[in-house]
Design a protein around this ligand. Structure first.
Ligand code: SF4
Length: 435
């Protein structure tokens, strides 16, 4: 049977889809990138905002319609399963497997085919890290690696602790061996993943120890990580990012809001002052750090003045870029239980537009400050969205760098002189392949 997988949401879901492929390949299932040719359609879902759910409902009906003359099976995977469980029985699907149930997927598919009924497994596990399963990855430059799963923080707006369960970390040697194998397969960069990656902890090894260990691997030239929480940023972690050349000088540090009352209602465990002090420590240790963040506007009861505090933090920190979202009430979260979603949609829109305008100005100024500088760029693609005459790579700060087509290969490190910049992209000329 041919399996087609569609993935929505975060990098962790990208990783999980590669993991699911490995589990199914073991059962002699093969894969297709053509929906029309698929006997089994898997949709790996995200549940972080309401419109993510709506998108999946529409997609399932669309697939059923597109393949109405074929006999095939549809399976829903991921966070929507653990978030909604039996509610999804309304959908015309055959099986539903949550993020901790992928080892059981082959059995669930067989059961669903044999019983001609919908099979659900939305159990969360306190142990499951899919140890010893080596994901089936696309060839490329970067490999995602999940080093821990789940989250214990229970930020009041977030469904992740309910959809992905309690934190558990993989063993340091399991991750090291996986990275070694990736290096042998030609991957030059690894991105270590976790809902709360810097709370990684296994048999006395913390996240800084893990980064140090992975950096010992010859073939791995760049190490990135996402998403850390500001509360788990000890000096040792800042030091290793500062001192170890392989660990990229880019930190994605979700702020979410700039006002202390709102940060308290969000249960973010830090104040604006503490967040700014952490940013100061990071900037002192790593002056050329690229900092990015996540922001939520319109959290229940947030006043315009309190949103202004968020704007002030954007002005003070001057992030290279920010992902700014409107508050989306998530059923089952503490915020949904305690605080009515009382900020009008138009007001949320007014706030998000105003913050994005400011951020765009700052991003442009930050990127323009790179004009004239020389960066080491890891080539990722031999085309860009706009042109096949341009190649695309990323600098150490994870910024997209566009260069003109040339005698270079994906995976090459190139020394590029930056000649122009937009708010989202740097443009430059190759002055030499990296030594
Ligand atoms: S730390 Fe991140 S994943 Fe965990 S509850 Fe908070 S927002 Fe959600």
């Amino acid at each position: 049977m041919k399996v087609y997988i569609e993935t929505y949401g975060c990098q962790m879901n990208e990783y999980d889809s590669e993991l699911v492929k490995a589990v199914l390949k073991d059962q002699n299932l093969s894969f297709t990138t053509s929906l029309a040719k698929a006997d089994i359609v898997l949709i790996n879902t995200c549940s972080v905002r309401e419109n993510a759910n709506r998108k999946i409902y529409a997609r399932v009906h669309e697939v059923r319609h597109l393949k109405k003359d074929q006999s095939f099976y549809i399976g829903i995977l991921g966070c929507m399963v653990t978030n909604l469980g039996k509610e999804l029985f309304d959908l015309p699907v055959d099986f539903l497997a949550g993020p901790d149930s992928y080892r059981r997927l082959p059995a669930m598919i067989n059961e669903s085919i044999a019983m001609q009924s919908t099979i659900l497994d939305d159990k969360l596990s306190k142990q499951e890290t899919y140890q010893n399963i080596y994901p089936l990855r696309q060839k490329g430059v970067n490999a995602w690696i999940s080093v821990m799963r789940g989250c214990n923080n229970f930020c009041s707006f977030c469904v992740v602790p309910y959809t992905r369960g309690r934190e558990r970390s993989k063993s340091l040697m399991d991750i090291y061996n996986e990275c070694q194998r990736l290096a042998d397969e030609g991957f030059r960069q690894v991105t270590l993943l976790g809902q709360n990656v810097n709370s990684y902890h296994h048999e006395g090894n913390d996240f800084a120890a893990l980064l140090d260990k992975v950096s010992e691997i010859d073939g791995i030239k760049r190490i990135r990580f996402v998403s850390p929480h500001p509360k788990d940023f000890p000096g040792s972690l800042i030091d290793i990012v500062a001192q170890n050349d392989k660990i990229c000088n880019h930190i994605h540090l979700p702020l979410q809001a700039g006002n202390d009352r709102i940060l308290g209602l969000m249960r973010r465990t830090y104040t604006q002052k503490q967040y700014l002090e952490l940013v100061q420590r990071i900037k002192e240790a790593i002056p050329d750090i690229t900092l990015t963040t996540d922001i939520i506007v319109g959290f229940p009861t947030e006043t315009a003045a309190e949103c202004k505090d968020t704007k002030n933090v954007l002005e003070k920190v001057r992030f290279d870029s920010s992902f700014i979202f409107k508050y989306s009430e998530r059923p089952g979260t503490l915020a949904a239980k305690k605080y009515p979603d009382d900020i009008a949609e138009e007001e949320k829109t007014r706030r998000i537009v105003s913050l994005n305008e400011l951020q765009k100005e700052i991003s442009l100024q930050k990127n323009q400050s790179h004009i004239g500088k020389v960066h080491d760029v890891l080539l990722e693609k031999k085309s860009t969205k706009k042109s096949t005459q341009d190649y695309q790579g990323r600098n150490d700060g994870n910024k997209v760098v566009i260069i003109s087509k040339g005698p270079y290969q994906i995976g090459d490190f190139l020394r590029v002189k930056i000649e122009d910049a937009s708010a989202h992209t740097l443009m430059g000329t190759v002055i030499a392949p990296q030594s």
